[in-house]
Design a protein around this ligand. Structure first.
Ligand code: PRP
Ligand code: MG
Length: 212
């Protein structure tokens, strides 16, 4: 019998709530967390614990059938991939921020300036739409430190509680997008596994409805 393959974030903000929603829809997973793959006991489902940024490519290649992933990651790396369900958790923004002392009040004021980010495609799209140019420095984490070490005039990163911005003496000046966890699907999913996906979605909707 065919099994549905789902990708979830290995560790980080989405992991816990992703596992919780699977639990809430009645799926119990044998969790040897050090294993990167686990099977459900009571549903034909295999869980793959992966790095966020790798998930879009796994979906595209059909290595996994579905994924619980931040919409912001899809916008950055997987705009071609269909979203079938919005899951309402892990809400965050992708924003531009500058040092508190900066005079810049919006992205327009950053024309020609240096912006450090882990979201180059998202920033570039926004720049193009507004006919602006900037000098992007792509770094993969701890982006908020960039202005303090003289690497950039501004940053673009995820803002959730706002605490990282605050601690680094930065202020948000523009929100590029709002994001939440979503269920995304591989274009290569088989007809057989689509039926399993329908069951998962049906159960998720019931749970999400109950939460509202
Ligand atoms: C993420 C993100 C922001 C921060 C936002 O970083 O890159 O820096 O969380 O959350 P907050 O608004 O609640 O402070 P994370 O801690 O995951 O580490 P990383 O940047 O090194 O990936
Ligand atoms: Mg960070």
């Amino acid at each position: 019998m065919s099994k549905l393959k789902i990708a979830v974030q290995k560790s980080g903000r989405l992991n816990e709530e992703s596992m919780q929603i699977l639990k809430n829809i009645g799926i119990s997973i044998d969790n040897g967390k050090e294993q990167l793959k686990a099977s459900a006991r009571n549903f034909p489902l295999e869980v793959f614990y992966l790095r966020n940024g790798d998930i879009p490519q796994y979906l595209r290649d059909g290595v996994v059938d579905i994924a619980i992933i931040g919409e912001n990651v899809l916008i950055e790396k997987g705009e071609d991939l269909p979203i079938v369900e919005r899951l309402g958790f892990s809400k965050c923004k992708v924003s531009i921020a500058v040092p508190k002392s900066s005079k810049a009040k919006c992205l327009r004021d950053l024309e020609g300036k240096r912006i450090a980010t882990s979201y180059p495609n998202t920033v570039n799209q926004f720049l193009e739409k507004n006919k602006l140019t900037a000098d992007l420095h792509v770094i993969s984490g701890s982006v908020e430190i960039a202005p303090n070490i003289g690497l950039a005039d501004a940053i673009c990163d995820i803002v959730s509680s706002g605490s990282t911005l605050f601690k680094n003496g930065l202020k948000e000046i523009e929100v590029l997008l709002k994001s939440e966890a979503v269920l995304a699907v591989s274009p290569k999913i088989s007809e057989e596994n689509k039926v399993l996906l329908d069951t998962i979605q049906f159960r998720m909707r019931a749970v999400l409805k109950g939460q509202n």
